[in-house]
Write a protein that binds this ligand. Structure first.
Ligand SMILES: Cc1cc2nc3c(=O)[nH]c(=O)nc-3n(C[C@H](O)[C@H](O)[C@H](O)COP(=O)(O)O)c2cc1C
Length: 484
């Protein structure tokens, strides 16, 4: 009998604080003292992440003026090595290694439901009713034109489907209106939106938890399109190889991570809306206008002592989370298109310039006529890539999908625009898309076949590049020149 390889290469960290210790241990934590919640935290994230370093650090903001003892953290999973730490993969600086590990994990991944425990650090402080004040925390105003301070960016919004009991955990932006009221924005089609509509159609309040400090693995699951009906808690359990520990909230018995830093509990009442937004978004624009959005009235706050608020700063990419989205999305797409039966996939990459959603490249070893088009259609329509997609490019397996230069070369030399670019219309998009068709809330997609034509594979002009053997020999002989 064959031994099953261990799911993870490490023992999972216990909580966000132990994760931060591990990040510091690999030299990828930058501590910043004295930055204000008022634009400085957001602007520093932009300054640091726009430097195009190989592995921009996670940023721990401390000594925030007016908030002694409180900290904010951003960019937790935004490097190949920090992602590997989060997911328990071998540490590698190469994005495609992590993508491959993700897709390999999914071959053995089985969801594990959470376990309810009675106690945990999140219960260290409980504020009830009149004590509730969400501005007790150093909630940042991230961009100059934002409509307010956003407590929910790297957050987990927990809701229970009233029909099935399924618990969804999603990341959706949350703006503070005042100490007891926040605005929650969910795009049409998102799971929380579907669940909320069910309660409101019945004229019932929709119970909500908003977790604002937690294990980064929960954030990775919450901000990606996990299939409808699968709880992100179960999905994360499958990555940990053990159940997530949750505690039931006081009012609505909704599960909150026992090790979380800050959790808000409340409800959305039918018809209760206030103006929300605008907010600088991941596409690089303030695309959704200020408008009436549902309000969550907060009736409980749970928090650890000296809590840490997790922050994500959407902006013109790259941002403090865009790279991590590229890797996880690429791994998920790879897994989904293979599950749909596609052979010969050699790599998938979601480009950061497209905010991990709008420019995807799949590399395949072509095996039959129509293979490349099949790869395009599956990629454009799979659950992980469907929302707000724009361009999908398929390339041959000699092209590294992460290498923009190589991808553009393939598009320039192996694609006949009239014959090889096809369009999809009426696809899932939403108000954040600067090019959305506002009448229908949909967009169109370009599917670009940049593979050599299958029927010309044998006769296609050869690539004018030295062989690997020749390059190795000449490089060895002239190392003194090349290393200068
Ligand atoms: C930092 C960040 C903020 C996000 N904010 C929103 C948001 O405000 N509204 C929204 O619909 N999706 C938002 N998303 C995308 C969703 O998290 C993502 O589509 C996720 O799959 C939603 O969960 P669901 O699939 O359970 O609906 C955000 C993602 C990130 C990384």
């Amino acid at each position: 009998m064959k031994d099953t390889p261990p799911l993870r290469v490490d023992v999972p960290y216990r909580d966000l604080r132990e994760f931060l210790d591990r990040v510091a241990g690999i030299g990828e934590l930058k501590e910043v003292a004295g930055a204000s919640w008022d634009l400085e935290i957001g602007c520093l994230a932009e300054l640091i992440y726009h430097r195009h370093q190989e592995s921009p650090p996670a940023i721990l903001f401390k000594d925030i003026p007016g908030y002694p003892g409180f900290r904010c953290v951003s960019g937790l999973t935004n490097s190949s090595r920090r992602l590997a730490l989060t997911l328990g993969f071998p540490l590698s600086p190469k994005p495609l290694d992590v993508v491959r590990s993700y897709r390999n994990r999914m071959k053995v991944h089985a969801p594990i439901p959470p376990v309810v425990v009675q106690d945990g650090p999140i219960l260290e402080n409980i504020l009830r009713d009149g004590e509730v004040d969400v501005l007790k925390f150093p909630v940042p105003k991230l961009h100059e034109l934002d409509g307010g301070r956003y407590i929910g960016t790297d957050d987990l919004v927990v809701m229970r489907d009233p029909d099935t009991g399924w618990v969804n955990v999603g990341t959706y932006r949350v703006m503070v209106h005042d100490g007891q009221r926040v605005g929650l924005w969910t795009s049409p089609g998102k799971h929380a939106r579907q669940i909320r509509e069910k309660y409101l159609r019945r004229g019932e309040p929709c119970p909500v938890l908003i977790c604002c400090g937690h294990d980064p693995l929960l954030f990775l699951a919450a901000c990606n399109e996990i299939s409808y009906g699968i709880s992100e808690y179960d999905y994360v359990g499958g990555h940990l190889g053990q159940p997530v520990e949750v505690i039931e909230s006081e009012l609505y018995k909704l599960p909150m991570p026992a090790q979380a830093e800050i959790v808000l509990e409340g409800e959305i009442l039918p018809g209760d809306t206030l103006p929300e937004g605008p907010f600088g978004e991941f596409t690089g624009y303030y695309a959704s206008e200020r408008g009436e959005k549902p309000v969550v009235t907060i009736r409980r706050i749970y928090h650890r002592n000296d809590p840490i608020l997790t922050v994500a700063t959407p902006m013109r990419p790259p941002s403090d989370f865009s790279f991590s989205k590229c890797v996880t999305k690429a791994g998920m797409i790879w897994d989904e298109i293979e599950r749909a039966g596609l052979a010969g996939v050699r790599g998938v990459w979601c480009h950061e310039a497209g905010g991990a959603r709008m420019f995807h490249v799949v590399s395949i070893q072509q095996q039959y006529a129509g293979h490349a088009r099949q790869a395009l259609h599956l990629t454009a329509s799979c659950q992980s890539a469907s929302y707000m997609g724009r361009f999908v490019v398929v390339v041959d397996d000699d092209i590294d999908p992460t290498d923009t230069f190589a991808v553009l070369w393939a598009m320039s030399t192996r694609c006949d625009p009239v014959a090889d670019i096809r369009f999809m219309e009426g696809a899932w998009s939403g108000p954040l898309d600067p090019m959305v068709d506002k009448a229908t809330n949909t967009n169109s997609r370009a599917l670009i076949d940049a593979c050599r034509p299958f029927e010309r594979l044998a006769s296609f002009p050869l690539v004018a590049s030295a062989s690997e053997e020749l390059k190795a020999t000449v490089a060895a002989k002239f190392r003194h020149i090349l290393d200068q």
